[in-house]
Design a protein around this ligand. Structure first.
Ligand SMILES: CC(C)(COP(=O)(O)OP(=O)(O)OC[C@H]1O[C@@H](n2cnc3c(N)ncnc32)[C@H](O)[C@@H]1OP(=O)(O)O)[C@@H](O)C(=O)NCCC(=O)NCCS
Length: 110
């Protein structure tokens, strides 16, 4: 039996009263890193919170390939196409798998 140790990181912004108002989580699966739960509290949207949290994720994982599935959730203020265009601004590219995008990590020999 092989026991796999996977890592997971949660990035969040709190409102100072212990409540999370913006989140993104990264988990490792078979040596690949996946971003999930990119979310901002409806009362705190359109102030750049998601952008700042995503930038922190990209800074933390700058040397790793980062995957994500573009699937809006909760009340979906942004369509999946709008979300994909937004992720492209951070260097994410479409893959051959529909709705899956990847951002290549920095390669030391570049
Ligand atoms: C998607 C989401 C995280 C964006 O959070 P946010 O803090 O409002 O985003 P930001 O303020 O950082 O804005 C990000 C971009 O989206 C645009 N945007 C945000 N809300 C928008 C809206 N309601 N209509 C149009 N554009 C919008 C901003 O203008 C910005 O674009 P820019 O980078 O070209 O300036 C938030 O709407 C959310 O939690 N949605 C529900 C969960 C979800 O669908 N998550 C994505 C899963 S893949």
């Amino acid at each position: 039996m092989t026991i796999t140790v996977s890592s997971q990181h949660k990035f969040y912004v709190s409102n100072g009263r212990g409540e999370e108002i913006a989140t993104a989580e990264v988990y490792e699966k078979q040596n690949t890193f996946w971003i999930t739960n990119v979310w901002v509290h409806p009362d705190c949207r359109e102030r750049g919170l998601a952008t700042n949290v995503l930038k922190e994720v990209l800074r933390y994982y700058k040397n790793s390939d980062l995957y994500l599935g573009v699937h809006g959730f909760t009340n979906r203020p942004l369509s999946d196409d709008q979300l994909a265009e937004w992720y492209k601004k951070f260097g994410f590219e479409e893959t051959s798998v529909p709705s899956i995008m990847v951002r290549r990590g920095r390669r030391w020999h570049d």
